[in-house]
Design a protein around this ligand. Structure first.
Ligand code: DX5
Ligand code: ZN
Length: 222
């Protein structure tokens, strides 16, 4: 997973589900490589979104790098079904695990499924909670909104976390990518990138707009 060019991962949570095939064709034609699946179980976060059948359907249409964000209470139970459905990266929430042993167990289990491994934290969770795992993961997903809904405002604490993650990565010669999710637009995306983000998840800034091409270009900031 390269660390150089910015990657934009459109969040399907904001897609038009009545015209999902058209949405996927549009992204494919715009040379979008990553798709972000915001999976919510109504327990870890206060919403229920979608799951394995959607990923299976999307997988049939086009090749995308399927970035599956599990905002669920039991990521271990569903990791293998998501892998089988086409997940390339599985990101779990540190808040869903009870202790360090649990987290390390889950990371090893995800490794055994041959997927890329991501860890995510809600806005109120400090970086210190995931620091022991930074050498073990491929990606850290910083939630810049309280997870559950698209269309929220970017929380500035996201920038500080991104900058700290960049510092820790350099200090400890680690390799994880830094992804940010929630309230990303051309302005917040610019500052997230300036602070060290490698991947921008964007939902409502992209979907539902005629000028999605220009919006994508505005995020792919050089
Ligand atoms: C959790 C979701 C949202 C969503 C991004 O709530 O993860 O962050 O994907 O939605 P926007 O880009 O509309 O904030
Ligand atoms: Zn997400």
């Amino acid at each position: 997973m390269s660390k150089n060019k910015i990657i934009v991962a459109p969040s399907l949570l904001s897609a038009d589900f009545l015209h999902l095939e058209d949405e996927l064709n549009k992204l494919h034609d715009l040379n979008v490589k990553w798709l972000h699946f915001d999976v919510m179980d109504g327990h870890l976060v206060n919403n229920i979104s979608f799951g394995i059948p959607l990923l299976e359907a999307v997988e049939k249409k086009h090749y995308f790098f399927n970035d599956v964000h599990l905002m669920i209470e039991d990521p271990r139970r569903y990791a293998e079904p998501f892998k089988k459905a086409g997940a390339h990266l599985i990101t779990f929430h540190v808040e869903a695990l009870k202790d360090e042993e649990d987290v390390k167990d889950l990371i090893s289990y995800l490794r055994s499924l041959d997927v890329k491994v991501g860890i995510s934290l809600k806005p109120k969770t400090p970086i210190s909670k995931i620091e022991p795992y930074l050498p073990l993961v491929d990606l850290v997903l910083v939630m810049s909104v309280e997870p559950g809904f698209g269309g929220q405002e970017f929380l500035n604490s996201g920038y500080e976390k991104i900058a700290l993650l960049r510092y820790l990565r350099e200090r400890d010669h680690l390799n994880y990518l830094i992804e940010v999710d929630g309230g990303v637009n051309n302005s917040t995306g610019y500052y997230a990138r300036a602070n060290g983000a490698d991947i921008l998840v964007a939902g409502s800034f992209l979907f539902g707009h005629e000028d999605i091409k220009e919006r994508l270009e505005s995020l792919d900031i050089e």
